[in-house]
Design a protein around this ligand. Structure first.
Ligand code: IMP
Length: 428
């Protein structure tokens, strides 16, 4: 039975939440499978804006089952806050939300470690969201200091917290923290997390089995990727990446559902490019053009409010991530942001040391040194936010989309010209 997957093909913030929200109409189950509260999804509905981090955008439809699967890292305080905010605004959150017993839990020591480590890559800072994501994933892989959601309901949880706090104190001291600056009190943490565990109890379950049963019984699943494929821990712009597989390759490991069930992958791109945090960005426009895109596109982080770095569409990167994620079709978002610009550039290739290179570099040092090769196209210079049919877009805007599609090698299926659900058109 069909499972669809929505993957960001750039460095995150491609407006995936809106597409997921629209696609939920045609699905029974919506699944978050990697990342954590570092992601921010904005959904605008009926003039109301909702910001979600951990809960899938499908939560707005009571008939849809939302699943936060094993590969996600959970900050219980953020999750509870999201549930409470939604409930207070009249959105029902109950049996329609299921969170994996296998998901790893973020604890206060992870925040401390994130702060300490972000600046110590020996050069440019990663610029993490400081949400404890990397340290929690590191403990998951390291195993000795990891706690999963299911562990919080087992005997021995309090002792485990005490042991880990003792070990983390030593580690943090070794990293240069003074005794007084380490704010870790095992008794307090235990009390706080016992309370979180009780409040989360109605939602916690074995999502792996649930999803396998669902897919095998013919339910339609929608996988909602967080961040973007260029931030993938294995295949992205390492070390300036997040700590999970944010490209299409992460669906299986994060959810437990074999890749053979995924029948359609929709790759989400902006009509330009943005990046937040450190790391190379070949088409970055640190100039009035980038500034214009930032203001017009409100390019400030949903979670951290950091100004996003802005630049031209990068075909080399999008072609690479489309292949990596097995993308069938593209959704091009925020096309309206380019409306006032008289001339648009598309990066169609790179040169390295003066020689053209075919593929996206596998090392950031090379990516830092590439020179983008641009193709220029005329802008359409008219307002398009009111347009609801693909055929009604200005010819120059359609030419721009056709060119992106031809260069990336994937058809454009969806175009978005504003934040509202209505401002989305399907190219038939
Ligand atoms: P972390 O995920 O907090 O460890 O941050 C690692 C890198 O991923 C940093 O460059 C962040 O800015 C970036 N990042 C993490 N989550 C998002 C996101 O949802 N959108 C865009 N960038 C993100």
């Amino acid at each position: 039975m069909p499972a669809t997957c929505v993957i960001g093909l750039q460095w995150g913030d491609e407006a995936k939440g809106k597409i997921v929200d629209i696609l939920t109409e045609r699905h029974d189950v919506v699944v978050r499978y990697q990342g954590g509260a570092n992601a921010g999804h904005t959904v605008v509905m009926g003039g109301q804006t909702y910001k979600l981090s951990l809960i899938p955008s499908g939560i707005f439809r009571p008939e849809v089952q939302c699943v936060v699967a094993a590969g996600v890292v959970i900050n219980p305080a953020s999750l509870l806050q999201e549930i409470e905010t939604l409930t207070s605004r009249g959105v029902a959150v109950g049996k329609n939300l299921m969170v994996s017993t296998r998901a790893h839990v973020i604890f206060p020591w992870h925040f401390e470690e994130d702060r300490m480590l972000n600046d110590s890559t020996g050069g440019e800072a990663i610029g993490t969201t400081l949400r404890g994501i990397g340290p929690c994933y590191r403990d998951k892989v390291g195993r000795s200091h990891a706690i999963r959601l299911g562990d919080m309901y087992r005997e021995g949880f309090a002792t485990r917290v005490e042991q880990i706090v003792a070990a983390k104190r030593k580690i943090l001291k070794g990293m240069g923290c003074t005794e007084d600056s380490i704010q870790l009190d095992a008794a307090k943490i235990n009390e706080q997390y016992r309370d979180y565990a009780e409040r989360l109890r109605p939602y916690v379950g074995d999502t792996t089995i649930y999803l396998l049963d669902a897919v095998e019984s013919g339910k339609k699943l929608l996988f909602e990727g967080a961040q973007g494929a260029l931030l993938d821990i294995d295949h992205g712009t390492f070390p300036f990446v997040t700590s999970s597989n944010s490209s299409g390759v992460g669906v299986s490991s994060g959810s437990g559902v074999p890749g053979r069930h995924v029948t359609k992958v929709l790759g989400i791109v902006k009509a330009y490019c943005t990046r937040v945090g450190g790391g190379p960005f070949p088409t970055e426009q640190d100039n009035p053009i980038g500034q214009h895109i930032r203001e017009k596109g409100n390019e400030y982080g949903t979670v951290t409010r950091r100004p996003r770095r802005c630049g031209w569409f990068d075909v080399v990167a999008a072609r690479y991530t489309s292949r990596l994620s097995g993308v069938d079709t593209l959704a091009v978002m925020l096309l309206d942001v380019l409306s006032e610009l008289p001339e648009l550039q598309i990066c169609i290739g790179y040169t390295l040391d003066g020689k053209p290179i075919k593929d996206f570099p596998d090392h950031v040092d090379d990516l830092r040194r590439v020179a983008p090769v641009y193709e220029s196209m005329p802008g359409w210079q008219e307002e398009i936010t009111h347009i609801r049919r693909y055929g009604d877009l200005p010819q120059k805007a359609r030419d721009y989309l056709d060119r992106l599609s031809a260069l990336v090698g994937r058809p454009v299926e969806v175009v978005s010209v504003g934040p509202d659900r209505q401002q989305t058109m399907f190219k038939s």
